[in-house]
Design a protein around this ligand. Structure first.
Ligand code: RUB
Length: 303
């Protein structure tokens, strides 16, 4: 089975969130390898490259997708037969998916240790990693309050508040423009990541930069919850494209004059100076130390 249905589900956001799209892409490559029936190695490699491209083109901003795909294909070029290459992809994929879930649990433990009774937390969009931090702290018996933004235009905040409410967290939904109004009460901000650059800058859902700027003005710490495969390898620095989506997502059923232009970027960049720490499965990292971590994990050249 080729990866097209997965790529298309990622594009239409049926599968969304940086971690989920990386795991889905990895699993699609594994299923492609498993179902491949030919025996010509070159032909197989060409098909794999084509599948890789289709997946990488599905959403441009999250480096998790690129890293998930690259880790799934790691070492495949050195394989000497189709069977060996298929086994490699299947093994890499299951290793990547497993380590990705383990990273989310580790981050939940570490992140939860930063939450105290009486905290007022703000989260944005729907990051499964950030949500796990919050539910973990709640399951440990800590009592705190959470504000979650609606996250226009898609409204991923509705997913967040539903998930947190089901876990029994004291949760309040706010519209995006209410962030400044609640920031006075907020004690900590937890958000997810699509990409973290070696300089420690963050690409995440549109509005994150605004939240972080307001937080910084009011002296509130911003914590980014991110598995290390959301870090941009140093050799790809400056390679982040912000996805722009259809204007229909902004206006919905409304009618506007033809000469109104609509700009719909769906991610933004938050400078590292607004970020207190990045919580990874490797521990709590100062944004200044991300480059060292990126080099240790990915090296300085592409395989
Ligand atoms: C989702 C978003 C999330 C990150 C991290 O945007 O910006 O904060 O992807 O998510 P979209 P996770 O809904 O457009 O994909 O922690 O689940 O990987």
């Amino acid at each position: 089975m080729d990866v097209f249905p997965t790529a298309s589900a990622i594009k239409t956001m049926e599968i969304r969130g940086a971690g989920r799209i990386a795991r889905a892409a990895s699993s699609a490559l594994s299923m492609f390898a498993e179902g491949y029936e030919g025996s010509d190695l070159q032909e197989f490699m060409d098909r794999v490259e084509e599948q890789r491209r289709i997946l990488l083109d599905s959403r441009p901003t999250a480096v998790s997708l690129y890293n998930g795909v690259s880790l799934t294909l790691k070492g495949v070029k050195r394989c000497r037969s189709v069977e060996e290459a298929k086994e490699k992809i299947i093994g890499n994929s299951s290793g990547f998916i497993d380590s990705s879930f383990k990273a989310v649990s580790k981050i939940a433990e570490t992140g939860a240790s930063l939450i105290r009774d009486g905290d007022v937390i703000l989260t944005h969009c729907n990051s499964s990693t950030a949500v796990n931090v919050i539910t973990k702290a709640h399951s440990e018996g800590k009592r705190f309050k959470v504000y979650a933004t609606e996250s226009r235009p898609w409204g991923q905040g509705f997913i967040t508040v539903t998930e947190l409410a089901k876990s029994g967290v004291d949760i309040t939904l706010i519209i995006d423009s209410a962030v400044t109004s609640v920031m006075g009460q907020v004690t900590k901000i937890f958000v997810g990541a699509d990409t973290i650059t070696p300089r420690g800058d963050l690409y995440n859902k549109i509005g994150t930069a605004q939240i972080a700027t307001v937080a910084s003005t009011m002296g509130k710490p911003v914590y980014v919850c991110a598995e290390t495969y959301k870090i941009l390898p140093t050799y790809r620095d400056s390679d982040v494209r912000i996805e722009e989506r259809d204007c229909k997502e902004v206006i919905g059923e409304r009618k506007l004059p033809d000469n109104v232009k609509i700009f719909n970027p769906v991610f933004d960049r938050t400078e590292s100076k607004y970020i207190r720490s990045i919580i990874t499965e490797e521990g709590i990292i100062d944004p200044k130390d991300i480059e060292k971590l990126s080099l240790r994990i990915f090296g300085n050249k592409e395989e």
